[in-house]
Design a protein around this ligand. Sequence first.
Ligand SMILES: C[S@@+](CC[C@H](N)C(=O)[O-])C[C@H]1O[C@@H](n2cnc3c(N)ncnc32)[C@H](O)[C@@H]1O
Length: 262
Amino acid sequence: MALKQHKDDQIKYDQQVDNSRSYVLPFIEETKQVGKGVNVMEIGCGEGGVLVPFMESGAYCVGVDLNPLRIDLANKFFADDVAAGKIEFLYKNVYDEDFLQRFKGFFDVIILKDAIEHIPNQEKFIPYLKNFLKEGGQIFFGFPPWYMPFGGHQQICEHKIGMMPWYHILPKPIYKSIVKAIGEPEGVVNELMDIYDTQITIERFEKIVRSSGMKFINKRHFLINPIYKYKFGLKPRKQLGIISAIPFVRNFLTTCVYYTIG
Ligand SMILES: C[S@@+](CC[C@H](N)C(=O)[O-])C[C@H]1O[C@@H](n2cnc3c(N)ncnc32)[C@H](O)[C@@H]1O
């Protein structure tokens, strides 16, 4: 019962492109002009579709991912653009010394779209990103807060029951035994447990940013995540200001947040 984009790479790629063109690039351009002479990196780029409108604007783009299969797909989707030197895709850990040396102070924009919730030790990772920023550079984050109905990414489950809202916030052994009992494959169980361990909330994210010494440049909370248009046919909706202002409770009702920091 996993959604069709979890099985079809072309659908996933097309959705990444459309969502980025309609929401990610416009949000970033509210505070940072993107175009020729601008360097953009996406960490956790997957198939690379998010980078399409950035590359089309004339920006030089780098996509990085820890999944070699997804980097292979990106290289296929972008074969002509890679050959033309407009974009490159790297199967690389951003903590690697050679990566740091090559890209120190290089990027005007860094994108983490639906990626930070997959990355462990965000207290170390988010401040580390400053190494790659040019003076005046900005980092975009878009992620689903942990306590939102599907904050455990349970939509990746094969079984319909696995897609129930909110059961991901049960104690880990109970949550794990449910996903195993409904017969989810080992890869799905492991991915769900990895996300369980990283659980990023709005409050923890904002605390990490504040203690990293970076500033909030722009922020938008959504009641309905723009990507739900493709997943569930729902119209994107911003969160009500009054809900967004209530710490902790807002996490349960906010399916996605966008931030730029720098
Ligand atoms: C949900 S996908 C998001 C893909 C794409 N950004 C999008 O919005 O559709 C998360 C991606 O992050 C990658 N990822 C997880 N941890 C990573 C890390 N430490 N460094 C780079 N990529 C990572 C995963 O391999 C996966 O491709």
